[in-house]
Design a protein around this ligand. Structure first.
Ligand code: URA
Length: 257
């Protein structure tokens, strides 16, 4: 037993290890070492039992079919919840689909649920979410006026970024979500969501943020802007002035519409 289990747990949580998988640690390196093979035994073909990555063509096709068949957001949520093609689902507590008003004029798209969102089943309800609420309030918006979703609806373990393999099977659902919500404007929060929605895996957030682009996303077309992620602002508060400019640009864009 550790001398002070609470201190140890806090240390693990601060380092992103916040998910208990087994009671005892497993040395995966030792476990994956192949047994020594006598020189005379021929090499047999490996029948892989590797877990699905999520971005196999058939998984993405299944996602596209399921998403396309949803006639409204409730049906889409229900189909997404049933879908097992994204490996993140295995470890997450629940689907985190959306919050806010699907009829709102602006749709915000973040990265992925964190620990609080995983428990509550709603996006942006933790510290970053509270900062997002303050960003909205600064320009007279709140969750009754905007719609909020993420690039993936299941929490990546330890709050790491979702991988391309995890995003790919979720993308058809996000596109359908946008098509069904039909926002007038999309605002992406942070690098991951911006690369996904702007369909440019190389873009940098510093060069992209604050600029309007006419986007096509699924069959939706309209103006989109990227801004910095509120979780990044919690670590770099001086960057809030850039987001302030972006929020004013959003307010200005909303006025004449
Ligand atoms: N960060 C995100 O990108 N999305 C959430 O829902 C919460 C934190």
């Amino acid at each position: 037993m550790p001398e002070n289990p609470i201190t140890d747990l806090k240390w693990y949580a601060a380092n992103g290890v916040d998910l208990a998988v087994e009671d005892e640690p497993i040395d995966q390196f030792a476990a994956s070492k192949p047994p020594a093979r006598p020189a005379s035994v021929p090499v047999a073909p490996v029948l892989s039992a590797a877990p699905a990555l999520g971005n196999e063509p058939e998984t993405v096709r299944e996602a596209e079919e399921l998403a396309a068949g949803a006639e409204n957001l409730d049906a889409l949520r229900e189909r997404f919840d049933r879908f097992s093609g994204c490996p993140l689902k295995l470890r997450a507590t629940q689907l985190v689909f959306a919050d806010g008003n699907p009829e709102g004029r602006v749709m915000f798209i973040g990265e992925a649920p964190g620990a609080d969102e995983d428990i509550q089943g709603k996006p942006f309800v933790g510290r970053a979410g509270r900062l997002l609420d303050r960003m909205l309030a600064a320009i007279d918006l709140d969750r009754s006026k905007v719609y909020i979703a993420n690039t993936v609806p299941w929490r990546p373990p330890g709050n790491r970024n979702p991988t391309d393999q995890e995003i790919a099977p979720c993308l058809p659902f996000l596109k359908r979500q946008v098509e069904l919500a039909q926002p007038e404007i999309i605002v992406t929060l942070g690098l991951v969501a911006t690369r996904v929605v702007f369909d440019d895996p190389k873009l940098t957030i510093s060069r992209t943020r604050g600029q309007w682009r006419d986007l096509q996303f699924g069959s939706w077309t309209g103006p989109a802007m990227a801004t910095l992620h509120p979780a990044f602002l919690l670590r770099q508060p001086l960057q809030k002035r850039e987001v302030w400019k972006d929020m004013l640009a959003l307010q200005e864009r909303l006025e004449p519409l």
